[in-house]
Design a binder for this molecule. Structure first.
Ligand SMILES: Nc1ncnc2c1ncn2[C@@H]1O[C@H](COP(=O)(O)OP(=O)(O)OP(=O)(O)O)[C@@H](O)[C@H]1O
Ligand SMILES: [Mg+2]
Length: 504
């Protein structure tokens, strides 16, 4: 004990002398001299120190994008560290197959071995230069992983080991992958505690191509297109095109546009980013959201005609509004507020840049899908080929599509009522959603005949309704035609009639 006590006191006085010398050095040595000394000390220790260090930062560039290498290495180390590291960090990921994820804690070090060579990995972080007190991690905290190895193994490590780690990390990530459905947060939440532009939940949609009711030829064409895209990395590189593809899904409500997106995601094993454009204030925000999406993903903008002021129709309406505005002056402050609201929205050119600007190539392997009920309303610039490479029409239920639904819902592949249904489907428009609703069993007993009969009744009703509406329309047209003919006969202009009342 006495020896220990003496040792401590000697160490204490040594530290005190060192601090004293350092204080004198700091005080009396000019700054440029100190830099000089530091430079040569580092050079000298570099000569003596036989190890090489490589660091991998969490974010590449100016914190724009999470580094893919960092993520892959972290995954590799998480898979290996739980046995080797002594201080582990536990993350509970609720929506994962394996909810408890263990990884090495900050400032912890683990060893790895490659072809008999030993190397060290450590997880580190640096704090921001200007510190302010906060309960939450600041956005300036920089995390990085450091790899240390002996300099005589430089070629092996930089040549094969790092490639091995990245490959393994990516493979582990694919094996553990559960599909995610992301939705964008309002920009006010981007820099708070959560610091996240996208929120996600597990994507567990049951829709598959097998359950999708549509023309089998069309379905096969889409599946082939997707396979070509997935396996086309070299092809896209060869022709100098960014590795992405745009689909425009259009058709009446309930024809399976959203179901098609889910089927695509399940088929490709891609995450889905459901982009709510109305929550995006401006074009720069749109770009930031895009950069934060990962590759192997589908970016979806549903009902594009409703999300934005992008349609020719709406532009005209806006012009009309403008004219009206000029006529009756509004409360000026309210008007300014409204103008401001309009100005802070995403524009068509912003969206075009989002789809095919240079930023959209970051990450690659991405599919962009727009859906709309009214394709004719969209600005042609938005949907031209090259942007939306493939236009897919989701139409009313045909006979082939009905057969898929009957098989899925009733497990029936043929029935004596099928021909009647086929004829009625050819004569009237009914969405697959409505057909599917009729095929759902109404009682606990799953009687396919009752369901098919109910579908026939609905189809007949729909047909009758459509015929009545067509008759009404024809009568209205005939009345208008007659009125026009009378007008021409009297030689009066339409304006005159409007002013003086109807023609008799
Ligand atoms: N082609 C289809 N194949 C199988 N089921 C379908 C199909 N179309 C619609 N359905 C059924 O109808 C429901 C609604 O379809 P979905 O949401 O995909 O339509 P939508 O075209 O996206 O409609 P909206 O234009 O209103 O968004 C789905 O949950 C699905 O059960
Ligand atoms: Mg939909």
């Amino acid at each position: 004990m006495r020896v220990m006590g003496e040792l401590w006191s000697q160490l204490g006085s040594l530290m005190a002398s060192f601090m004293f010398v350092y204080a004198i050095y700091e005080q009396f040595f000019p700054r440029h001299l100190r830099i000089y000394v530091k430079k040569y000390t580092q050079k000298f220790t570099g000569l003596m120190y036989p190890y090489i260090q490589i660091s991998f930062s969490e974010f590449s560039g100016e914190r724009l994008k999470r580094s893919e290498a960092y993520t892959a290495i972290r995954t590799y180390l998480s898979a290996n560290s739980s046995q080797r590291a002594k201080r582990l960090k536990a993350d509970v990921v609720q929506d994962s197959q394996n909810p408890l994820i263990l990884s090495m804690d900050d400032n912890e070090e683990i060893t790895d071995e490659f072809h008999g060579v030993k190397l060290w990995w450590s997880a580190n972080y640096t704090l921001p230069k200007t510190q302010s007190f906060s309960f939450y991690p600041t956005s300036e905290e920089k995390r990085f992983l450091t790899l240390t190895f002996h300099k005589r193994h430089r070629d092996l490590i930089t040549g094969s080991y790092i490639q091995h780690v990245l490959k393994e990390g990516r493979a582990i990530a694919v094996r553990n992958r559960t599909l995610k459905l992301y939705t964008n947060n309002p920009s006010n939440d981007w820099y708070g505690y959560k610091r996240s532009k996208w929120s996600h939940v597990n994507f567990e949609h049951p829709s598959r191509f097998e359950t999708l009711a549509m023309d089998p030829k069309k379905k096969e064409e889409i599946v082939n297109d997707l396979v070509r895209f997935k396996t086309g990395k070299e092809y896209y590189a060869k022709v100098g095109k960014a590795w992405k593809r745009g689909y425009l899904l259009y058709g009446p409500p309930g024809t399976g546009k959203s179901s098609m997106i889910a089927a695509m995601a399940n088929f490709m094993n891609y995450d889905v980013y459901d982009l709510e454009l109305t929550a995006v204030k401006e074009n720069t925000e749109l770009r930031k959201l895009l950069i934060e999406t990962s590759s192997k993903s589908i970016i979806v903008i549903e009902d594009i005609d409703c999300s934005l002021d992008l349609t020719g129709q709406r532009k005209k309406e806006k012009e009309k509004e403008k004219d009206e505005d000029e006529e009756k002056p509004k409360n000026p402050s309210k008007k300014a507020e409204e103008e401001d609201k309009k100005a802070s929205k995403v524009t068509l050119s912003g969206l075009l840049n989002f789809i095919d600007g240079i930023w959209s190539a970051c990450g690659g392997e991405r599919i962009i899908i727009f859906t709309t009920n009214f394709v004719e309303k969209l600005d042609p610039a938005l949907i031209r080929r090259g942007r939306m490479d493939k236009h897919i029409e989701m139409s009313y239920c045909g006979y082939e599509a009905f057969k898929v639904l009957a098989k899925n819902y009733l497990e029936v592949e043929s029935h004596s009522l099928f021909p009647t249904i086929g004829r009625l489907l050819g004569e009237t428009n009914m969405s697959p959603a409505d057909v599917a609703e009729n095929l759902m069993p109404k009682t606990v007993v799953n009687d396919s005949e009752i369901c098919l009969q109910s579908l026939i009744e609905s189809l007949e009703e729909a047909k009758k309704k459509a015929e009545e509406e067509a008759e009404k329309k024809a009568m209205e047209e005939a009345r208008l035609k007659e009125e026009n003919e009378k007008l021409e006969a009297t030689g009066k202009s339409a304006e005159e009639v409007k002013e003086n009342g109807t023609v008799h």
